[in-house]
Design a protein around this ligand. Structure first.
Ligand code: SAM
Length: 289
């Protein structure tokens, strides 16, 4: 029997370490117009999607990132009707957003149609509840183009992007954040995939510095995602309403009840509030931004 292939995450080669996963079966591998894509089965993490040598999503731990990138901004806002996702090709975040019946319209702008295409086959648990939902529309475009041109206004913008390399690089630029601010409704909130501070501190500090030039409030919240190696992952936070980040537990709990207390596996009102209590080394990075 042929030896199984070990697949490396090469994102941290410059730091001299790699996470390696033994593939039970490689389900799909190709160079798309925008990036290298490999999807494989892993005996513990289930299906694993990698883009340009970086793990994007696994069926084992996807719920942590998808719930925290979605329920925190939407329940902190409290009245989000129009929501925009930039990236998010696997539709895992869209599936969580549509749990909020108060959201009237969800628009997703993804640069790479093939990520959505193959997610239909391999991540039906995400795509089925989303594609065809009357509240959802998918646009294949570079997120930078969309936010620079749209005349729509959003209550929450969720940037579920790849890392600041290749097509994802522009999504960490001041130009992009400025355009996002331009299409946020008054009191709206922007959240961003912002890396793992202990290994990607420069990325977080740089984003927060840009947020603070543009918004009244710029910071982050955290969650630990096993396959985003390195401990806490940071989710960038920007809004002109500084109160959103400090919503009391009672308010978040009441909003969750009003939203129908839909099922979650990681997010709770307590975890929501606690996620903004940053460990000192991250708080110091944020403070110096
Ligand atoms: N959760 C993952 C992470 O944290 O690394 C991200 C998952 S999601 C699959 C990332 C998506 O961002 C990919 O589908 C990729 O094609 C998309 N993307 C990258 N650059 C983009 C851009 N400039 N505009 C829109 N989508 C982009």
């Amino acid at each position: 029997m042929a030896a199984k292939r070990w697949i490396a995450e090469t994102l941290f080669d410059d730091l001299g370490f790699r996470m390696m996963l033994e593939a039970e079966r490689v389900l799909y591998e190709t160079q798309t117009q925008h990036q290298h894509l490999v999807l494989f089965e892993h005996k513990f993490f289930g299906k694993v999607l990698m883009l340009d040598g970086a793990i994007q999503v696994t069926t084992k731990d996807e719920f942590i990132y998808h719930e925290m990138m979605t329920h925190v901004p939407i329940l902190a806002h409290g009245n989000a009707r129009e929501v925009l996702i930039i990236g998010g090709g696997d539709c895992g975040i869209a599936e969580e957003v549509l749990k909020h019946k108060s959201v009237r319209r969800l628009t997703q702008v993804e640069i790479d149609a093939s990520v959505v295409e193959f997610s239909k086959q391999h991540f039906p648990q995400f795509t089925r509840p989303v594609l065809g939902n009357s509240r959802f529309d998918l646009i294949i475009d570079d997120g930078m183009n969309y936010v620079a041109r749209t005349d729509r206004r959003f209550d929450a913008i969720i940037v579920d992007s790849t890392d600041p390399q290749g097509p994802g690089k522009v999504l960490f630029s001041e130009r992009f954040y400025r355009a996002c601010k331009g299409c946020l409704a008054a009191g709206g909130v922007l959240v961003t995939q912002n890396g793992v501070p202990i290994v990607q501190s420069g990325e977080l500090v740089s984003s927060i510095r840009k947020f603070r030039k543009l918004f009244a409030d710029g910071s982050c919240y955290v969650a630990a995602i096993p396959t985003y190696v390195g401990g806490h992952m940071a989710m960038g936070w920007a809004s002109d309403n500084p109160r959103l980040r400090r919503m009391p537990l009672a308010t978040i709990s009441a909003r969750y009840r009003r939203a129908g207390s839909f099922a979650t596996k990681y997010w709770t009102p307590e975890v929501h509030v606690a996620a903004f209590a940053l460990p000192r080394f991250i708080a110091e990075q944020v403070a110096k931004a």
